[in-house]
Write a protein that binds this ligand. Structure first.
Ligand code: ZN
Length: 437
């Protein structure tokens, strides 16, 4: 596998093309031949330590909605720490692929993972196959190349595959409708920590977030390609957990500050509960809004995007986090303290489109945006390059050895309104994947 990919990379570079290629990337799959209406939901238990991991299938069910684009079943780009492939059993044809990252994968880089074996919930949602398929989950190895860790045959016609759970007491609100889910980017907002009497505040907070998204480029330019829906589930108590203040709340989705004991990291491990509620509406991406005025959030690519409902940086926060959760972008900053140990392994090119280890200065992965004559690496203190695209040292929580495309960007500094050209392009690619021209 490793040698195979290396050979292909060399051929592609020799042809002068950018990026890396594998034989099946971006291939067209006849949706109607292999899939029918509806979704297949696969719940997984992902467990292990810093050095080990196991992905086990917990349950497989059918659900009503799959919101993806029927012409784009296999992405052109390989992003994410993990990858799920679905192959038609009869022919072996690759018919569906998604890259994604996980909370487990992030946890593996914390100190706790050196001493404890832990398990995390995960959910994969895919279009409903007509016939038997083979599911394959792969993870990147230390060289950044995918290795299979789980395989499972799935027969959607089996009487053991039932209908998925839909949690009760759920109300779906249509916020912005621009067209059928298959042709649009469908964003679903779930609120946590809103009590029954805070439903109006939830809808007001949702409307504000929609404004934040559609007021930021490149989302603004593609505003008519987005649908926004919101799911309201009443919380028993108002607000969310803040363990460092010994505050704990009874809420439907278990949102909590201090994830991995980091002050502002605010996530949840209750992934199945989220998907039980989300099953009531079509979605390409899930946005989790915590009812709190404290600054905090987080996001993981094709996993979920989380942010606080109201604080002084809220218009920045939700869109920055969505850059991770939807755009597959990495953090370009390096000064904040985070609880990860060497989040990006040395000597390996990160898969994120906006961070590079600069292992090959002649083949910068965002070369197409660099003006000829720009020095690589690019000095951040030279005013001539203040607005340029180059390779500025300091990115991905490391001051040395990793480089970002611009001096400043929404993925670099808190409060910045704009994505740099490289980040903006990566997000646009994703918008076009879900909502093609
Ligand atoms: Zn950027």
């Amino acid at each position: 596998m490793f040698l195979h990919r290396r050979l292909i990379v060399i051929v592609v570079v020799a042809l002068g093309m950018t990026g890396t290629g594998v034989e099946s990337r971006g291939e067209r799959v006849d949706f109607g031949q292999f899939f029918e209406a509806g979704a297949l939901r696969v719940d997984l238990i992902h467990s292990g330590t810093a050095a080990t991991e196991t992905v086990a299938v917990r349950r497989i069910v059918k659900q009503r909605y799959w919101a993806g684009n029927q012409a784009n079943l296999i992405p052109d780009v390989d992003r994410g720490e993990y990858r799920v492939d679905i192959r038609d059993k009869a022919t072996g044809t690759l018919i569906y692929r998604r890259g994604y990252s996980t909370l487990f994968g992030e946890w593996q880089t914390t100190a706790e993972a050196d001493v404890v074996n832990r398990a995390f919930e995960e959910t994969l949602l895919m279009p409903l196959p007509r016939g038997p398929v083979e599911l394959e989950i792969a993870v990147r190895n230390e060289k950044g190349l995918f290795e299979t860790i789980t395989q499972a045959p799935i027969d959607p016609g089996s009487r053991l595959i039932g209908r998925g759970g839909m949690s009760g007491g759920v109300k779906v609100h249509q916020l912005v409708e621009n067209g059928p889910p298959g042709d649009k980017v469908d964003l679903l907002i779930l609120g946590d920590g809103y009590t029954i009497i805070e439903r109006e505040k939830f809808l007001k907070d949702c409307a504000q977030r929609v404004e934040d998204f559609l007021g930021t480029e490149p989302f603004a330019a593609f505003a008519d390609r987005f649908n926004f829906r919101a799911v309201f589930v009443a919380s028993a108590e108002s607000g969310i957990d803040e363990p460092r203040k010994s505050i704990y709340r009874d809420t439907p989705f278990g949102m909590s500050f201090n994830t991995f004991d980091s002050p502002r990291y605010c996530m949840t491990e209750d992934v199945w509960a989220i998907h039980d509620a989300a099953a009531h509406a079509p979605y390409d991406a899930i946005l989790l809004m915590s009812n709190t005025s404290r600054y905090g959030g987080g996001a993981i690519y094709n996993f979920y995007t989380a942010f606080a409902s109201d604080n002084e940086f809220d218009d920045y926060l939700c869109v920055h986090e969505f850059g991770h959760g939807f755009g597959s972008l990495g953090d370009e900053y390096y000064s904040s303290s985070v609880s990860y140990n060497d989040f990006y392994p040395r000597g390996v090119e990160p898969w994120e489109p906006n961070i590079t280890a600069l292992l090959d200065t002649d083949n910068l992965k965002w070369q197409q945006f660099v003006e000829p004559g720009t020095p690589i690496p690019t000095p951040a203190d030279d005013s001539r390059y203040a607005k340029a695209v180059g390779a500025f040292e300091g990115a991905g929580y490391a001051a040395k050895g990793l480089y970002r495309p611009a001096v400043d960007c929404k993925m670099f500094s808190k409060g910045n309104r704009e994505f740099c050209p490289v980040c903006s392009h990566a997000i646009t690619e994703m918008i076009r994947f879900y909502a093609p021209d």
